[in-house]
Ligand binder design. Structure first.
Ligand code: ADP
Length: 258
């Protein structure tokens, strides 16, 4: 397995007042910024910053399947590629696709597959490219959050947006949205993706060991955070369409004046 360079170990992950190294409480998300439709050439795109994570997603499709033999007669094939840029981590990451990236591409695809109405587009492919420009823990979850926005931006019919967030255990406490150092020096990490209205968990993984009550508490914290992130996703989509509407209205006004 690929050996990860270790960040400097902080003395404590939580201080005596219950505050984490980046100043957050245990139940607090990192600041999140979401933008939709920022790439001209892709059919759909989105950008997310979650703490120090910076992730760009481009979606192409539905388009004719290439090579043809991968096409399915009754639905579109959804393909996902999660990649970390060589400069996304402290020490240069080897640009060759790693086993971790291949595994994450697969679980991210599975987390999105249940919401995309693939049966509307038989014999086509939908490609989702997730490019991690800067990585700081929880990048698979931030990637899923941005990927579902990029799919919506491409106009691909979906049942709902998928929101994702990790929770973990640090110094014996359950904590929301672990950063890289918390992930590395904490006791457990539990990424979760959720489709709120359908109440479907589409990704659930775990590193480390938890008691069942810690697991239940953690899952509740992660699902609450997914609900918050889902609201932010809806706002980000609305913002894009408000801008388009304003531009169209301005254009109409100038045409009337001219
Ligand atoms: P996630 O980003 O979804 O939490 P992991 O738990 O596998 O995924 O990784 C945690 C963090 O470890 C990543 O966000 C990244 O900051 C760091 N990391 C992963 N792979 C590498 C690598 N090849 N080199 C350096 N750091 C890495």
């Amino acid at each position: 397995m690929e050996k990860l360079p270790e960040p400097k170990q902080p003395e404590k992950l939580i201080d005596d007042k219950g505050i984490r190294i980046d100043g957050r409480r245990l139940d607090q998300l990192r600041p999140i910024k979401l933008e939709v439709g920022i790439l001209d050439k892709a059919d759909g795109s989105a950008y997310i910053e979650q703490g120090k994570n910076k992730i760009l997603v481009g979606v192409y499709g539905p388009r004719e399947a290439h090579p043809k033999h991968i096409a399915l007669p009754d639905r579109a094939v959804l393909r996902c590629r999660y990649r970390m840029a060589p400069f996304s981590v402290d020490e240069r990451k080897n640009p060759a696709p790693s086993r971790r990236e291949m595994e994450l591409s697969k679980v991210i695809r599975e987390s999105l597959e249940s919401v995309v109405l693939t049966d509307l587009y038989p014999r086509t492919t939908i490609d989702v490219f997730i490019e991690v420009l800067q990585s700081d823990g929880g990048s698979r979850c931030a990637g899923i959050t941005a990927a579902s926005l990029a799919l919506a931006d491409a106009g691909i019919p979906m049942r709902e947006l998928v929101a994702a967030c990790a929770v973990g255990k640090i110094q014996g406490h359950m904590a929301l949205d672990l950063s890289d150092a918390e992930d590395k020096y904490g006791e457990a990490d539990l990424p979760v993706a959720w489709v709120p209205n359908a109440n479907l968990v589409t990704l659930l993984q775990m590193d480390g060991i938890l008691t069942t009550s810690e697991f239940e508490k953690g899952l509740t914290m992660a699902l609450d955070a997914c609900k918050t992130i889902h609201g932010m996703q809806q706002e980000a989509l609305k913002k894009k369409y408000l801008v388009i509407k304003e531009v169209a209205e301005e254009r109409e006004e100038t045409e009337v004046v001219a």
